[in-house]
Design a protein around this ligand. Structure first.
Ligand code: B1M
Length: 209
């Protein structure tokens, strides 16, 4: 039985070198990358989120934990992603305007790459016009919008409106902690998924046949 607690303690206190070492050791022991991600890193980030909400920790602590999580996921990436030889489709993914959260977006990118997509990372704080420009210049099949703040969810609607008016044929998928299927329906996006793995399945299902 693997003990993920040591990894979680290191991640929560932002110890990047220690997180890297423990993740490497767990992989060497044959622990699945998916389990290290879900039962170690994501679990620790959820705890940080709860403490942040309860005002027990503040932005600097959340940032160092997020940095350690990024380092850990970077090591896991090649194990989570077995890129297909030929891309099944092209996707643009970004976090919407006003929003700087990118950990979930980065996981969605990994899962899409794992499903065989060529992914262009638009980054964070992405303006609606930028999504349109990238969708058109790359001839993308999918545009993915991520938002973690209730205050930035309206940026999703703006992005959908600008892309529809701009005439891109890309299917628009959305996700992020505060986002729901009914919000997706209300803004006319093509699909919603609650997590990164489901986002890859959704994107595949929306490809032209
Ligand atoms: Co922020 N933050 N944060 N934060 N932060 C939340 C989101 C919050 C819920 C914390 C809380 O109060 N409990 C809260 C939002 C409240 C709300 O709006 N309802 C909050 C707040 C308030 C803020 C600030 C306003 C705080 C402040 O400054 N006072 C500020 C805003 C900055 C900005 O964006 N303009 C802020 C800042 C930050 C940090 C910079 C410190 C840091 C971000 C670092 C980074 O991303 N590089 C941060 C973090 C880390 C969090 C929490 C703790 C963790 C978020 C995270 O990475 N989760 C978060 C609390 C929480 O969620 N528990 C919180 C792990 C990640 C894997 O999950 O992103 O949900 P998530 O992604 C999931 C799914 O949602 C889905 O798949 C992923 C995995 O399966 N998914 C998609 C995501 N995108 C998708 C797209 C898809 C499909 C699925 O299709 C395209």
């Amino acid at each position: 039985m693997v003990d993920f607690d040591v990894l979680k303690v290191a991640m929560k206190s932002g110890k990047v070198a220690e997180v890297n070492r423990i993740v490497g050791e767990l992989l060497a022991q044959g622990v699945l990358a998916k389990d290290i991600l879900e039962r170690g890193l994501l679990d620790a980030m959820n705890e940080v989120g709860k403490r942040f909400k309860a005002n027990e920790v503040f932005v600097p602590e959340v940032l160092v934990a997020a940095r350690a999580m990024k380092a850990g996921t970077a090591i896991l990436k090649p194990h989570l992603v077995e890129a297909g030889v030929k891309a099944v489709g092209k996707a643009i993914i970004g976090t919407v305007k006003g929003d700087l959260h990118d950990i979930g977006k980065n996981l969605v990118i990994m899962m899409l790459e794992g499903a065989g997509f060529e992914v262009i990372d638009a980054g964070v704080d992405v303006a609606p016009e930028k999504f349109l420009e990238l969708a058109k210049s790359h001839n993308a099949h999918i545009v993915g919008l991520s938002a973690l703040l209730t205050t930035t969810m309206p940026s999703m609607k703006s992005a959908v409106d600008v892309m529809r008016e701009g005439g891109t044929t890309a299917k628009i998928i959305i996700g992020g902690a505060p986002v729901t299927q009914s919000y997706c329906d209300s803004i006319g996006a093509d699909g919603y998924s609650p997590d990164a793995a489901a986002a890859a399945e959704l994107a595949l299902s929306l490809l032209p046949h």
